[in-house]
Ligand binder design. Structure first.
Ligand code: FAD
Length: 255
């Protein structure tokens, strides 16, 4: 695969398989693990499904799937976790080939099963959504530029199973309203936030030794993203736009 893509590292390519694997885990495991979703967690669920409906790079059947799920939950004030699971299962069966098959991690695959996987895919999903929101700005010109970040915050606060991660992220997210005023700003805010997490987790026991935490992108991944050791935001923005727009469908070798 590396040869085919002319790459040094598979982890610098965004695979549809990883995005869908992460998305399925949120819809079929993390959200349904709540007995009842109501109040603020229902607001968070609606915001999450709303940004997926607008910006997740689904194929045709996937778009029908997510728009039906959005339509169904939008009119509700609350929903049981098992009812939500029944809802997504129903529409997954109704629209064939919503998700790619076979499934498994590809860019997010760890050197051992307990490394990487879902948390890696969750970052990729939200980076992708920030970039896709900018690409779709003419279609949704009245959208709030912070819409994706607030949806991410809501998801992480109410549904992300890693409690420590959630608390750290909520602290960082305090600065969103003050710092973000545009769709470009939203892409860059998330990139910077992710790098802060990368820095904090360097040499942590959760770090996959085969995928060390780095300040991303490294000069070997993007040669003009840093100049004299300092990131150049404009060049990083262009790099992120390309990375999270050109999603790879190469997936057959995952299993
Ligand atoms: P990840 O950090 O998951 O990155 C996935 C991919 O994103 C990389 O392979 C790379 O291609 C790309 N990438 C890397 N950095 C950037 C960047 N700055 N901008 C854009 N793309 C980038 N774990 C903890 O132990 N403690 C925590 O507090 C914690 N907080 C988290 C908060 C959130 C919101 C999330 C989603 C995860 C958190 N995690 C935390 C998990 C942790 O950040 C990693 O996801 C996990 O360790 C797997 O790391 P990874 O090597 O797959 O790379």
């Amino acid at each position: 695969i590396k040869k085919k893509l002319h790459l040094n590292q598979l982890s610098d390519v965004v695979f549809q398989l990883d995005l869908e694997g992460g998305l399925k885990y949120t819809l079929f495991h993390e959200i349904p693990s709540h007995k009842v979703i109501s109040g603020n967690s229902m607001v968070a669920l609606k915001s999450y499904v709303n940004v997926l409906n607008k910006y997740f790079p689904f194929r045709k059947e996937g778009m029908k799937f997510i728009s039906k799920v959005y339509e169904e939950i939008y009119k509700k004030d609350d929903i049981g976790g098992s009812d939500f699971e029944a809802l997504v299962s129903h529409y997954e069966k109704k629209y064939h080939s919503v998700f790619l098959y076979p499934q498994g991690w590809l860019g997010c695959r760890g050197s051992q099963p307990h490394y990487r996987g879902f948390p890696c895919s969750l970052w990729l999903i939200f980076h992708t959504l920030t970039v896709q929101a900018e690409l779709h700005k003419n279609k949704y010109h009245d959208s709030d530029p912070k819409e994706v970040l607030h949806a991410m915050l809501g998801y992480v606060k109410h549904f992300f199973g890693c409690t420590d991660c959630s608390q750290h992220f909520q602290q960082m997210a305090d600065s969103i309203d003050q710092d973000v005023h545009s769709l470009e700003g939203s892409i860059l805010w998330l990139w910077k936030a992710h790098n802060k997490v990368n820095r904090r987790l360097q040499k942590d026991k959760t770090e996959d030794p085969k995928h060390p935490k780095v300040q991303f992108p490294t000069p070997s991944t993007c040669s003009n993203c840093s100049i004299n050791g300092e990131f150049n935001d404009k060049n990083v923005l262009n790099f992120l736009r390309a990375m999270f727009h050109n999603i790879s469908y190469l997936h057959l070798a995952a299993n």
